[in-house]
Design a protein around this ligand. Structure first.
Ligand SMILES: [Zn+2]
Ligand SMILES: [Zn+2]
Length: 113
């Protein structure tokens, strides 16, 4: 159920337009590692081996309470184009900070001392 609301949002024409603007402004480069990304409908020309999936990240995370708030959901100042790898890092960090956990050397999530 909760997933459905955001799925509708991500399928909306408004979101697709904003997402495209963000990527064009960044020249289809990840804002963190600066590697070129592949975005559906924009970068068909990128050779397969160079493709990193591009994701537009919400700096204020999108959830079911703010998905209809245009100042958050569709505000370009709240958006950042990143590759899949950098995006995963961002969200892992968030888990670590918020829940007082950290990753050990083997990548296992452990409680901070
Ligand atoms: Zn990146
Ligand atoms: Zn994100």
């Amino acid at each position: 159920m909760s997933y459905g609301i955001r799925k509708d949002f991500y399928n909306s024409k408004a979101w697709k337009t904003v997402r495209k603007n963000v990527w064009l402004k960044q020249n289809l480069l990840c804002s963190r590692c600066h590697k070129p990304v592949y975005v559906d409908g924009i970068s068909e020309w990128l050779p397969k081996e160079k493709r990193r999936i591009g994701i537009v990240h919400h700096k204020i995370y999108l959830d079911n309470t703010n998905v209809y708030d245009m100042n958050i959901a569709l505000n370009e100042n709240n958006l950042e184009g990143v590759c899949k790898e950098c995006h995963e890092q961002e969200h892992h960090q968030d888990v670590a900070v918020r829940k007082d956990f950290m990753f050990d050397d083997n990548g296992n999530l452990i409680k901070k001392e």
